[in-house]
Design a protein around this ligand. Structure first.
Ligand code: PEP
Ligand code: MG
Length: 566
């Protein structure tokens, strides 16, 4: 029987191809004491390496914004005189260029890794990456490069850095399998954006696979087959063909409206973090944006983005949507999301701490700047405001007061905006579920954030591996909360959407439809399948299905019923 190795699915799909081992060898650093008359030569050698690498980066062809960001970050670090000065200083102390570079990078990496800030810690990887590239240049060795790959490669490695993926020839890569990494690692996000199947956290895949091995990467089940038997290859070739045919079929319906057989219409929107995600969403048939996670705009910057900087992005999105709704969530920072340019206080429980609206209330100028930018963009499309982490009516009233003040300012400045801009809240805390009947009186709509709602309802940290088996949105407590929220909005003639990951789970589409969900906001890739499901069922059937599930007492039984229905 064919054996397989298990990994965490970072990006869905199936790939059949040949292993391309991308293992970086440890470069030996020559450690030489140099003479006075060699100092200038070593400095020049280092400067030349920097110049060559900068030139290489500037000439790299990029196809996504994320790649451009990685490249820009590296160019920025190379331009920063700090690196050059540190290395020069060491060479002047009679250390050769290689050792001076290695010592300088190690110092920077140690310093950055000791910081609390997650974003800055990630920059340490960038420094390591730059150090390695410069070392290759100093040694005059051409590193193994993913730009020159055989056709149909599945890349197997310990870890791929963002630079590796940026310089990769995407037309030849069918998939990734990595020892390290998690679902939300930078490389995983790049794989999702590019639609490349990827398994991460495989522990020892890079030492279990040989160059040229025949691989099947099943990124639905989280399995990697190495040189499998004929019957497995045949089975997967059939699956790949089915997926291909299914893709062609879905291509034909992706721009249709999501209307059930008995004429019940829902909206299928996409979640975005930047303009590139929006382009992808629209190409897959999104009928709007149900969640713009604006914190990415803040996280990618080295300062709080100005009103103008934000306005430009929101306006561009509103215009691209051409009248379709754009739901912009106000800054949801804190918890596991930090900023390189702002020091958050140490907290025992950051997910229960100073995050989202709580920060915005304490830093009114930041909040008002964002609201002003959103309001200005509302003159260019159908823009809605979404507030994260709400737990009380007071919070909504407070936001409304601030909003009125900002609107007044805009009027005084004769700047156009949508006076009736709709305001909604994320329902992602137990408090907001319990008082949903009250909260809905003060807002225009709800959007359920199942990622946080699941963690808070179940008291299960969404990022903790040890208890990930308990983190399950199919738990009856979460499902009944969702139903309660939808009902609270319908009772007063308002609507409820969902922008948490559960909205894009195609196994849950029928259930959510039957519960009465009005809007689903999901990653672009899932949209065609969701529409296909909705178009081919009746609301009556979906309701009966949902009612049945809401009466079940255990998560496992619920999952069993869902599985059977597929
Ligand atoms: C959620 O909590 O479901 C959500 C959409 O917000 P985020 O994942 O950004 O916390
Ligand atoms: Mg959330």
């Amino acid at each position: 029987m064919s054996q397989y190795k298990i990994g965490i699915v970072a990006s869905e799909g199936i790939a059949i191809g040949k292993a391309y081992l991308f293992i970086k060898e440890d470069l030996e650093i020559s450690n030489l004491k140099i003479e006075d008359n060699q100092v200038d030569g070593e400095i020049d050698k280092f400067k030349k390496a920097v110049e060559e690498y900068s030139e290489e980066l500037n000439n790299t062809e990029v196809s996504t914004e994320t790649q451009q960001e990685v490249i820009n970050a590296h160019i920025g670090m190379l331009d920063d005189p700090f690196l050059l000065e540190t290395v020069e200083e060491k060479i002047k102390n009679k250390i050769n260029a290689e050792k001076a570079l290695d010592d300088s990078i190690k110092e920077m990496v140690t310093m950055m890794q000791s910081l609390d800030d997650e974003y800055l810690r990630e920059r340490a990887t960038d420094y390591k990456d730059i150090g390695e590239r410069l070392l290759y240049k100093l040694k005059g060795i051409k590193p193994k490069n993913l730009s020159d790959l055989p056709e149909d490669s599945i890349i197997v490695s310990k870890e791929l850095t963002p630079t590796d993926t940026s310089l990769m020839n995407k037309d030849r890569v069918l998939g990734f399998a990595m020892d390290l990494g998690g679902k939300t690692a930078h490389t995983s996000i790049i794989a999702q954006t590019l639609g490349i199947p990827a398994l991460v956290g495989m522990k020892d895949v890079s030492s279990s696979v040989k160059e040229g091995d025949f691989l099947i990467l099943d990124c639905y089940e989280g399995k990697l087959y190495i040189n499998p038997e004929e019957n497995i290859i045949k089975e997967y070739k059939e699956k790949v063909e089915e997926i291909k045919q299914e893709k062609i079929r879905l291509e034909a319906i992706k721009f249709k409206e999501a209307i059930t057989k008995d004429n019940h219409k829902v909206e299928i929107a996409c979640n975005i973090g930047n303009i590139e995600d929006l382009k992808l969403g629209l190409s897959q048939g999104a009928e709007g944006v149900g969640l713009f996670r604006t914190e990415f705009l803040y996280m990618e910057n080295d300062h709080f983005p100005t009103e103008e900087e934000q306005f430009e992005v929101y306006k561009e999105a509103a215009e691209m949507l051409d009248g379709k709704p754009l739901i912009i969530r106000t800054l949801d920072i804190g918890g596991d999301k930090s900023l390189s340019y702002f020091k958050f206080p140490e907290e025992e429980n950051p997910f229960l701490g100073w995050r989202a609206l709580r920060i915005c209330f304490d830093m009114p100028e930041i909040f008002e700047t964002q609201l002003k930018a959103i309001l200005r963009a509302s003159a260019f499309g159908k823009v809605r405001i979404l507030l994260p982490m709400v737990i009380s009516v007071e919070e909504i009233k407070r936001v409304k007061e601030i909003l009125t003040k900002v609107k007044e300012k805009l009027k005084n400045e004769n700047i156009e905006f949508d006076e009736n801009i709709e305001v909604g809240i994320m329902v992602e805390t137990p408090a907001s579920v319990i008082i949903a009947d009250d909260l809905i009186k003060y807002v225009d709509y709800f959007s359920i954030g199942t990622n946080d709602l699941t963690q808070y309802i179940l008291a299960v940290d969404r990022g903790n591996d040890k208890i990930s088996n308990l983190y399950n949105t199919y738990n009856p407590a979460v499902l009944r909360s969702i139903k309660q929220v939808i009902e609270a909005s319908h009772k007063v003639g308002k609507w409820t959407g969902m922008c948490g990951g559960f909205a894009g789970d195609t196994k849950a589409t029928k259930l959510l439809l039957g519960m009465g969900l009005d809007e689903f906001s999901a990653p672009a890739a899932n949209i065609p399948k969701m529409k296909d499901i909705i178009i081919n069922i009746s609301m009556e059937d979906a309701k009966e299905f949902a009612d049945n599930i809401l009466n079940i007492e255990t998560t496992s039984e619920i999952e069993e019923v869902i599985k059977k229905a597929l």
